[in-house]
Write a new protein. Structure first.
Length: 309
């Protein structure tokens, strides 16, 4: 599976997937909308954008690849780096096409331009497509009323002078209702369309404002049918330390690995620190017993982090 496939899988569950040293892919939720000019109705969707300024590793993509391919965190990071190098080499000479994500190319000013693929990342809209509904033309109903009047003429006498036949009342009421409905529906469409545009712009601003502060947590694995692997969920982590500088976290990781620990880096947390774990466990009892041993033999400062993936 290529790096593009991993990114594509994550975009269905997360609003932002950052590729270190390349940029971030962001999904923006768009409500259902209608085009008044073409009379086309569109289902709710998540549209994809790209921000080249989001290049710091938040750990989401690396952790996902490490789990899916049974690699260490360091090996996953190295794999991402190699793929990004190949992308940048390709962009110097030609357009870069990422399957099910979109294409990149450099313009004359050497600025990276992204063209998203026509993919809806909103899972609740799966199977829904746009459709065109012809505009209501009230002239059709006026012609039908005339046909009714021709087929059933009204004969004047004292009785029907005083009372209008019931079916004529219904026909007249129908014409009025269709007339008012058509005008009201068009006005309603205009208001709804303007609201949708405003909501979309506000959502984009909110994402750009908070994306750097977001903490991404893997809260559920992808179905086995997609990855052909069985994911073991380890929610309990024995922490050796949390570091401001990624280099210090990597140094601590290597020290623990040399001592025989199944250590790993857990990514950057919401305080912009990088935790390093002695090991991770799917059993709380097992994690507590291991923590006791580590406190007695290795580090009294070790502590237990419960983090659901």
């Amino acid at each position: 599976m290529t790096l593009a496939n991993y990114i594509n899988n994550l975009l269905y569950r997360y609003e932002c997937v950052i590729v270190p040293n390349f940029g971030g892919f962001i999904t923006n939720k768009i409500s259902a909308k209608v085009n008044n000019f073409t009379h086309t109705f569109y289902a709710p969707s998540k549209q994809l954008t790209f921000n080249s300024h989001l290049q710091n590793n938040d750990g989401l993509l690396a952790n996902y690849i490490a789990t899916a391919k049974n690699l260490s965190y360091t090996e996953a990071v190295l794999e991402i780096e190699n793929e990004v190098k190949n992308w940048k080499l390709s962009l110097k000479n030609e357009e870069l096409e990422l399957e099910n994500i979109g294409s990149f190319h450099l313009n004359e000013e050497k600025i990276l331009i992204f063209e998203p693929a026509n993919i809806n990342y909103l899972t609740s809209s799966f199977g829904l497509t746009s459709f065109v509904s012809p505009a209501i033309k009230r002239i059709v109903y006026q012609e039908k009323v005339k046909q009714l009047e021709t087929a059933a003429p009204i004969f004047h006498n004292e009785e029907n002078n005083s009372k209008t036949p019931v079916f004529i009342k219904y026909a007249a009421a129908a014409v009025i209702l269709f007339t008012l409905g058509t005008v009201g529906w068009k006005e309603y469409q205009k208001i709804e369309y303007n609201n949708l545009v405003a909501q979309s712009e506000q959502q984009q601003q909110n994402v750009e404002k908070t994306i750097q502060e977001a903490t991404f947590i893997i809260d559920n694995p992808l179905p086995a049918i997609t990855l052909n692997v069985t994911k073991k969920v380890n929610n309990y982590h024995i922490i050796a330390g949390a570091f401001r500088e990624p280099e210090n976290a990597e140094k601590k990781l290597q020290q623990l690995i040399q001592k025989g620990f199944n250590a790993q880096i857990l990514g950057v947390n919401k305080w912009n620190l990088t935790p390093v774990a002695f090991g991770s466990f799917n059993s709380k009892k097992e994690a507590i017993n291991k923590l006791k041993i580590i406190k007695e033999t290795e580090s009294k400062a070790a502590w237990l982090l419960v983090k659901e993936y």
